[in-house]
Design a protein. Structure first.
Length: 205
């Protein structure tokens, strides 16, 4: 009787530990790092009602805590150096980085920190957080889609990616330049700017 009771208690303990382990893996998100070679941030605006123009932020870094099984527990922090802004016109690049706009000398970084992630579908969600430009912080909401999460597709042809897990996301949001003190030229050049994001993250080893 005592042996049977001990055996039952032992099995119950193992079951409890397995349950706790599964719960922990669902609750605690995994850490991911930017694949900087495959991350793009594009700003798009209307120019005089004639065309849409764009600029690309060529550098971004930060951290992502994310679990595909529990995306609501995710956290994203991004830093974007203003110096990496490119339009294809070096004169315009310099003007955008001047005191008239981003004032890159005094405010060299754009920063974003998420506050909440609300899933809207199996592979979509809204990421709400604080965006800081020129030392002005506003809340924004980013509509995000998860394109893929799993073993890196390049592992089949490139041994560098063997065993690596990757996740890919696309997103977009709209801001008003005037909200951040860079509204010069509006409304001839649209105050509203659409930001599109495409990013790949590698699961940290």
């Amino acid at each position: 009787m005592v042996r049977q009771l001990a055996r039952v208690l032992g099995l119950a303990t193992v079951a409890a530990l397995l349950t706790l382990s599964a719960f922990a893996s669902a609750v605690y998100a995994e850490e991911w790092e930017f694949d900087r070679d495959h991350t793009r941030i594009i700003a798009i605006w209307n120019h005089l009602g004639l065309s849409r123009q764009q600029a690309q932020f060529t550098r971004a870094y930060g951290k992502l805590s994310f679990s595909p099984e529990n995306p609501g527990r995710s956290y994203l922090e991004v830093t974007v150096p203003v110096e990496g802004l490119l339009t294809g016109n070096t004169v315009f690049d310099s003007h955008l980085k001047s005191v008239d706009y981003f004032d890159a000398v005094r405010f060299p970084y754009i920063r974003f920190k998420s506050e909440k992630v609300v899933p809207t579908g199996p592979k979509s969600g809204i990421v709400t957080g604080q965006l800081t430009i020129r030392d002005v912080t506003r809340q924004i909401a980013i509509a995000v889609n998860m394109n893929y999460a799993g073993q890196h597709p390049l592992a089949a042809v490139n041994p560098v990616y063997e065993g690596r897990v990757v996740a890919g996301f696309s997103g977009s949001f709209v801001i008003k330049r005037s909200d951040f003190g860079i509204g010069r030229g509006a409304p001839l050049v649209s105050d509203e700017v659409t930001i599109t994001l495409d990013a790949e993250f590698l699961l940290r080893k």
